[in-house]
Design a protein around this ligand. Sequence first.
Ligand SMILES: NC(=O)c1ccc[n+]([C@@H]2O[C@H](COP(=O)([O-])OP(=O)(O)OC[C@H]3O[C@@H](n4cnc5c(N)ncnc54)[C@H](OP(=O)(O)O)[C@@H]3O)[C@@H](O)[C@H]2O)c1
Length: 352
Amino acid sequence: MSEDYRVAVVGATGQVGSLMLQLLREREFPVREVVPFASERSAGRDLERVGTVQALTEDTIQGFDLALFSAGGSTSGEWAPRFAQAGAVVVDNSSRWRMSDEVPLVVAEVNPEALARALQGASHGGIVANPNCSTMQMVVALKPIHDAAGIERLVISTYQAVSGTGKKAVDELLDQSHALLHDMEIAPPQVYPHQIAFNALPHAGSFAPGDDHTDEERKLIDETRKILGDPSIRVSATCVRVPVVNGHSEAVNVQTREPLSPEGARELLRAAPGITVADDPDAALYPLATLATGHDDVFVGRIRRDPGHERALDMWIVADNLRKGAATNAVQIAELLHAQGLIAPRGAPAAA
Ligand SMILES: NC(=O)c1ccc[n+]([C@@H]2O[C@H](COP(=O)([O-])OP(=O)(O)OC[C@H]3O[C@@H](n4cnc5c(N)ncnc54)[C@H](OP(=O)(O)O)[C@@H]3O)[C@@H](O)[C@H]2O)c1
């Protein structure tokens, strides 16, 4: 029996899926076979260095050790449990399973212990959820602060890139920008409710009937508490879509229970895994979407005392939403599952 795994990547033709395929290779995850899945539209297409795209059927999903999903909530709702039932551990990028009590919601640098709690001893598969991209990058930066000083309240404003909505949103921004720069009429928006080019939409995600917050704002509130394991943290969030192709930026006001100076916060963040502190405003050094793109770290800067509160700090947190916000963390979870003996190669029992 090979120690290497048979891995399904569902959503392999998408932005996150193709990056997960690349990262599995680059990070030398032990695979003996990777099978790409996408919608019926793409079935039969050849993906360079990977293989032929499969459609999801009861037959094609059999025999996997691990399945990495990035194909939207409804695909995950229908197919993630079927992969798990067939024996695979599923790492899911969609929001479908994140708030289920029995599903761990894991950020590699923050709560890796949640994996073992949920999956240890399971002889079958299971589902692990990858958090929302805005939440993911923020909690990496908040974890060391929460451990040292306790977080009481967060006030968050996001500046989210269009790649967070999918490939069609990137095309919409580029098409609109091209049209406007060439004095042409723009086509009616298909992805967003308004023109995104040269605009800022206080409407990232969607409004459920009767809710005055978007689902993206609710995710920031609920997922932050679940990942940090502290339902008492008060969170206020405004999520804004901006005409940036890639890289989410966030202005975060962090009110702590214990006093914490900006220099103390900088030291904590410098020592924490997965974080680059870029904080020298005099030299115009602070995190930028253009600098973060292509990197796996979360970048933090503009760390300063909130003049309005003696126990609050303001900071600016930026990351590549397709990498740390999605694909990198999914592959890091796969690495943790492997290291903790929580994936059973076909025919072999998982470590007890
Ligand atoms: N973009 C981000 O920053 C980010 C961050 C965190 C989480 N996520 C999540 O990751 C997922 C994908 O995001 P993305 O940006 O990669 O989107 P994308 O570029 O639009 O790709 C979507 C992928 O899903 C596949 N798909 C769509 N419908 C399907 C179906 N019925 N059955 C099987 N496959 C289907 C598509 O296949 P076809 O090519 O055949 O249509 C494609 O491979 C979403 O759940 C999103 O919420 C994204």
